[in-house]
Design a protein around this ligand. Structure first.
Ligand code: UD1
Ligand code: UDP
Length: 364
């Protein structure tokens, strides 16, 4: 059997692919990792390889940052070269980043079957770069691994045939279940935090960071909420956000405490014990829902509606007033919902389906 190519490039892809990679290794299945290095700062990249005990990438493409076209273009050229030199039996991509779409596009043009992990999510907002990446990736994939029945319906409505769709759950559940026992409580004492007596905030979406009015409103809401409830707010900020706050001269004030992004074990500890999370992250909406932590999403839409339906999450919009009412609404919520994203065995389902697909097409 020719190897399976696992393409990844950013923090959430490393985390959500990690249980699949570990299982491929445990099952002694041949695979290699292509890392585009879309993320390259240690705290967005290497720390996760170390903590999650992942093999180092076989190919590091050193693409780095750039405009969407620049970044995606470099990825297309560099991924294609590898897929030609070392043809895999199957390519696996995850999520909705520029890396995801580049991995899927190069592969499908070379007639190498592609599987999309976390397929079928839609915010129905085409201004988001991620929405474009999701749509393209789903439509050129041979197997769409969707988290729930909901995404199956979305894809069926877009004309994707049912036989390409596999309901697997989301591999973030596998990642959380595998790693929660490793969470590092030391970070709470280091930051002087008490359980359930602080807020956690992360903001990094392009639509929020690259709009000075929105960014200012969001941070102003978070500051106000911290003051109102007399709680510190820990904000492990993505470098993109730090850069933009500086550029727009938005001063982040107490009780917000900005820290650099932290490792997964530290982040799980911060998330599990926060009173409430305020975020525009996709992965955090899921993880907070899985861990029983109320979430306020600083966006006007979400591609994770399950979190709202079960009562774990609320859309706070991107204005101070709306965000504050959302925080008030979630502050006293009893976290008694069920995790809608699966049983933590998604990775195994994905691998079994790939093997069956390859067998059917006489590739093994
Ligand atoms: C990307 C994804 C986004 C995902 C996020 C996860 C796309 C279009 N966006 O956004 O969907 O939610 O990753 O975190 O693919 N930077 C660093 N160090 C790094 C990487 C980036 O300092 O290792 C800075 C650079 O200034 C860069 C900026 O962050 O210009 C944005 O990075 P980029 O990869 O373009 O997008 P993200 O915002 O990280
Ligand atoms: N995360 C982390 N350290 C941090 C912030 C986030 O390990 O300082 C993890 C978080 O647990 C989640 C993932 O990074 O699994 C989310 O990544 P991000 O918010 O950057 O991307 P998105 O999910 O929005 O694409």
């Amino acid at each position: 059997m020719k190897p399976i190519a696992v393409v990844l490039g950013t923090r959430p892809e490393i985390i959500k692919m990690s249980p699949i990679i570990s299982l491929l290794a445990e099952k002694k299945l041949p695979f290699y990792i292509i890392h585009t290095n879309q993320h390259y700062s240690k705290e967005l990249d290497q720390i996760f390889f170390e903590q999650l005990k992942l093999p180092q990438p076989d190919y590091s493409l050193e693409v780095g940052s750039g405009t969407h076209g620049e970044q995606t273009g470099k990825m297309l050229q560099r991924i294609e070269k590898i897929l030609i030199e070392n043809p895999p039996s199957f390519t696996l991509v995850q999520g909705d980043t520029n890396t995801t779409v580049a991995g899927a596009l190069t592969s499908s043009k070379l007639h190498i079957p592609v599987g999309h992990v976390e397929a079928g999510l839609r915010s129905h907002d085409r201004k988001m770069p991620e929405e474009i990446n999701r749509i393209i990736t789903d439509h050129i994939s041979d197997l769409c691994f969707v988290p729930t029945e909901k995404q199956r319906h979305i894809l069926l409505n877009e004309g994707i045939p049912d036989q390409k769709i596999v309901i697997t759950g989301n591999t973030i559940v596998d990642a959380v279940y595998r790693n929660i026992k490793m969470m590092n409580m030391e970070i709470l004492s280091r930051l002087g935090l008490k359980e359930k007596q602080y807020f956690l905030a992360t903001i990094h979406r392009q639509e929020n960071t690259d709009d000075p009015v929105r960014l200012e409103e969001i941070f102003s809401a978070i500051t106000f909420a911290g003051k109102k409830y007399n709680l510190p707010v820990i904000a492990p900020l993505h470098p993109r956000t730090v850069k933009k706050l500086k550029e727009y001269q938005i001063e982040v004030k107490a009780p917000i405490k900005v820290i650099p992004p932290v490792g997964y074990f530290e982040f799980l500890a911060l998330l599990k014990h926060t009173r409430l999370v305020i975020t525009d992250s996709g992965g955090l909406q899921e993880e907070s829902c899985i861990l029983g932590v109320p979430c306020v999403t600083a966006r006007e839409n979400t591609e994770r509606p399950e979190t709202i339906e079960v009562g774990a999450n609320i859309l706070g919009g991107v204005r101070k007033k709306t965000l504050l009412s959302a925080i008030d609404a979630m502050f006293h919520v009893e976290p008694n919902w069920k995790n809608p994203f699966g049983d933590g065995k998604s990775s195994n389902r994905i691998i079994q389906k790939i093997l069956a697909f390859l067998q059917k097409h006489n590739k093994i």
